[in-house]
Design a protein around this ligand. Structure first.
Ligand code: ADP
Ligand code: MG
Length: 267
């Protein structure tokens, strides 16, 4: 394996532009500055991985992009327009704990947003079937969420977000609660989905290896208040063949990068 060259990103268009964003929480007891002076460009089709110590503001940043929180300072643009401060299907979120409706079966969960938007039943079914196939859940479309394993529930959540055809997929430590084997399968699966759909993904993790195996644009945040301390561009995710993520973990170049990032985070 050759070293992972820096990828040229100039020609790609910007989906999200974050300008001087800061966020301060004010509670009865205290004032907490969670994020400070964040400047970031997210390019179309990139797989952005955000790394940083616990409490550094990763979830806060994702919540701003999702429209759950408004930045205290600065601005966030989606396709050059300020994002609306409310959730929107164009900014679909996959959480660590899945949020499937327990009373609906899997296909109805995946098709829920389409139904709300009054997409005709035949077209809806085609879209749902397409994404269930992509995440490997075609056999389980009639199952209820409690009948699925943790990994399968996350696959269903991913299919549900993709069915809404968002501009960006926001994922907050989506595999953090899964066992090691399932996590590895999910990493391979999301990399494959990203390649097939060309979606832009914004993915939070505290797992350095996960960021290296998935991210084409890796962002390292400092401890609170979160500031960007390093941005790394990588073409490794393009090179990894389907299901072959594991063999890269012991590659000397990979190990070197992992140690570099760990030393930045822990310094
Ligand atoms: N709703 C809130 N009100 C007050 N403080 C909060 C709130 N949400 C998060 N925080 C604080 O902001 C900081 C960043 O939190 P968070 O974005 O969840 O970090 P991370 O996801 O990196 O672990 C933490 O110190 C946390 O305690
Ligand atoms: Mg978090």
């Amino acid at each position: 394996m050759t070293s992972h060259a820096l990828r040229e990103t100039k020609s790609e268009s910007t989906v999200i532009q974050i300008n001087n964003v800061g966020l301060t929480y004010q509670t009865d007891k205290q004032v907490v500055t969670a994020l400070q002076n964040i400047n970031l460009q997210i390019k179309e089709g990139s797989f952005v991985c955000v790394l940083g110590p616990s409490g550094c503001g990763k979830t806060t940043l994702l919540r701003i992009l999702a429209g759950f929180h408004q930045a205290t300072s600065g601005e966030v643009l989606l396709d050059n327009k300020p994002i609306s401060p409310k959730p929107d299907r164009h900014r679909g979120v996959v959480f660590q704990q899945q949020m499937l409706y327990p009373w609906l079966n899997i296909e109805d969960n995946v098709g829920f947003g389409l139904k709300m938007r009054k997409v005709p039943p035949k077209e809806r079914q085609e879209i749902v079937d397409h994404y269930l196939e992509m995440v490997g859940l075609s056999q389980f479309k009639k199952a209820k969420s409690y009948e699925l394993s943790g990994g399968m529930k996350q696959r269903a959540s991913i299919a549900r977000v993709l069915a809404n055809d968002p501009r960006i997929v926001l994922m907050d430590e989506p595999f953090g609660a899964l066992d090691a084997m399932t996590k590895e399968q999910m990493q391979d699966n999301i990399r494959k989905i990203w390649k097939e759909t060309h979606k832009t993904i914004f993915f939070i993790t505290h797992d350095v290896e996960e960021a290296l195996l998935l991210g084409t644009h890796i962002i390292v945040l400092s401890s609170r208040p979160g500031r960007i301390v390093k941005e790394i561009y990588s073409d490794l995710p393009y090179k990894i063949e389907e299901g072959k993520g594991r063999m890269y973990r012991s590659d000397p170049d990979f190990v070197k990068r992992r140690e570099e990032i760990i030393s930045i985070i822990s310094s």
